[in-house]
Design a protein around this ligand. Structure first.
Ligand code: ZN
Length: 121
């Protein structure tokens, strides 16, 4: 059962990671409500549930219909499975450290790439 909790925590951390990468790349603060990148509408609570809200909305904003992108659920699922696998295979402290290392490097790379794209756009 704790593996399920690890998976759910991984989904949530993946969702936060997606938001953090987007906000840091755009020079926005990490705090504040999440909103659609296209129309700016603040997302409702049920639209923030990792993977499930993406499926329910069929990958589109509920207001303007713009595509959300597969990266969002892909990162959430990868994060969930990574944390669950690490937790099942190693003691908690080692799993947490390995998970942090595995998540921080791609997130930092994502911020750098998005900033470079914005600079050249
Ligand atoms: Zn929208």
């Amino acid at each position: 059962m704790t593996d399920v909790y690890a998976f759910v925590f991984g989904l949530a951390f993946g969702s936060f990671s997606n938001a953090a990468v987007d906000r840091l790349a755009q020079g926005r603060p990490l705090h504040g409500r999440s909103c659609c990148d296209a129309c700016g509408r603040v997302l409702r609570v049920w639209e923030l549930v990792p993977v499930a809200s993406y499926v329910a909305l069929r990958g589109r904003c509920g207001a303007c219909g713009s595509a959300i992108g597969l990266r969002t659920p892909a990162v959430e699922l990868a994060s969930g499975f990574t944390l669950a696998a690490l937790y099942a295979a190693t003691p908690l402290a080692i799993a947490a450290a390995a998970y942090a290392a595995l998540m921080l490097a791609p997130a930092a790379a994502g911020v750098a790439l998005k900033r470079m794209r914005r600079a050249h756009a």
